[in-house]
Ligand binder design. Structure first.
Ligand code: HAM
Length: 428
């Protein structure tokens, strides 16, 4: 039987697991520092959770959802994103009680979109994200952008572009849509078929088009920033001022609208010029002040973002940004040169594992040279060499795989010596 993984999916293993671990541990540490708590929602929801919130006119709902009937004929959809499920859960479980506000939640999960697969664009992909619900504070918006920026900073990125824009409240947006519609109408014949459909349902979605000629028409059109109401304009200026005080680099990006109908007001995206243009966004988010009420929950504002983990790992690898093993724990590789050393090795394994030191044995008989090479490649910090002489004298030869210095240590002192040689005793 020859079976491949479905198109647009990935098996994540080897080095990518290390990048992923680093991305998750970096983000988790920051979620803690910014006081977010974890939420895990199902991988599928009733279809309307997405269709009504993301919007019927969006590409995601129109052509990218994995929707199927269950055995009782109910329509279910594999989640294409994490915001709508979190809002559904917060409303259903009545989490927004006064003592919980603002409710700050984070999630890590796989998402599903039936897109045309390309490098960095998959049909199953992983996101980590945050949602802060119940406050319209500009400081909260700034904190969310700060957190997004800090994740990428701590991962080691240097040249990312943080784009910020506002799409205004429903009042200024409706006014703008009217003007934008008037601008587009005489140019409709020059837009692609998708944009002509978008024009009918929600002209703002024309901004999502990736086709050059459509993009050009949009870029020459009216800008929402010129139609903001007093409140939205003030909110945006305040945010920009706080972001500047935080020394965060940003660009105000006129034509950023983001492809979800639930957004209101501030939106932002973290992008890289090093990824090709169709999918250069590593993360994005914004305010969605009406979504809780749309789910029949309390009429409260909210803001959040999500980061694409696969794309982030891909770019780290492409740019040569190394993952750091933030725990930096010693890891020992046992190389046996004696056939009768079994019980001796078991005793060594027991000592190390009982002291929480990771270790493994080389089961191959390909010689010490290739075993040492393997240990170095697999990220072990020390090799523990056990031959007849070691067994006879109750010692172990410890090779530091960084400095290549070699030590003979007493078996009973092994744990202490491994910690000392690798410098891990300094981290305690
Ligand atoms: P989004 O911009 O659709 O936002 O997705 C966030 C990130 O997920 C993107 O910047 C990208 O890195 C990654 N991503 C999206 N689609 C794919 C794909 N097909 N393959 C690989 N990576 C992908 C949201 O999902 C919103 N829920 C964010 C949000 C949270 N807004 C408010 N709160």
């Amino acid at each position: 039987m020859s079976v491949n993984s479905p198109r647009g999916t990935a098996d994540i293993y080897g080095e990518y697991i290390k990048y992923r671990d680093f991305i998750i541990s970096t983000a988790r540490e920051l979620f803690d520092i910014f006081n977010f708590e974890e939420i895990i929602t199902p991988a599928f929801e009733y279809t309307e959770v997405f269709s009504r919130s993301i919007g019927e006119s969006t590409d995601i709902v129109h052509k990218e959802m994995y929707t199927f009937p269950d055995r009782k004929g109910r329509s279910l959809t594999l989640r294409p994103e994490g915001t709508a499920p979190v809002v559904r859960s917060v409303v259903e479980k009545k989490m927004l009680v006064p003592e919980n506000i603002p409710l700050k939640l984070f999630y890590i999960g796989n998402m599903f979109r039936y897109e045309r697969p390309q490098k960095g664009r998959m049909r199953e992909f992983w996101q980590l994200g945050v949602e802060a619900l119940g406050s319209s504070s500009t400081i909260l918006d700034a904190e969310i952008i700060w957190l997004l920026n800090e994740i990428f900073k701590r991962l080691g990125f240097k040249n990312l572009i943080l784009k910020i824009n506002t799409i205004g409240c429903s009042k200024c947006r409706n006014n703008y849509i009217k003007i934008f519609r008037e601008y587009i109408e005489p140019r409709l014949d020059y837009l692609c078929a998708d944009c002509q459909r978008r024009f009918k349902v929600n002209p703002l979605r024309i901004f999502d088009c990736k086709i050059k000629s459509c993009k050009k028409i949009v870029s020459e059109g009216p800008k929402i920033k010129d139609y903001l109401c007093k409140n939205c304009s003030k909110h945006f200026k305040e945010l920009i001022s706080i972001i500047s005080d935080l020394s965060i680099n940003y660009t105000i990006s006129d034509d950023l609208v983001r492809g979800f109908d639930y957004y209101t007001g501030i939106i932002f995206e973290m992008a890289s010029n090093d990824l090709n243009s169709a999918q250069n966004a590593l993360g994005g988010g914004g305010r969605y002040d009406n979504l809780l009420a749309d789910f029949n929950g309390p009429d409260m504002p909210a803001v959040g973002f999500a980061v694409g983990m696969d794309r982030t790992a891909l770019l780290m690898r492409q740019l040569g940004i190394k993952y750091t093993d933030i725990r930096n724990k010693p890891k020992s590789y046992i190389i046996s040169l004696s056939e009768d050393a079994g019980p001796y090795i078991i005793d060594v394994l027991k000592q190390l594992r009982n002291s929480n030191i990771a270790c493994d044995i080389d089961y191959s008989t390909s010689g010490i040279g290739s075993a040492l090479k393997k240990a170095g490649k697999k990220g072990f910090s020390t090799a523990l060499i056990i031959g007849e002489e070691e067994v006879k004298n109750d010692i172990i030869t410890v090779k530091d795989l960084k400095s290549f210095k070699q030590y003979k240590v007493k078996k009973n002192n092994l744990v202490k010596e491994v910690l000392r040689i690798t410098g891990a005793d300094q981290n305690e």
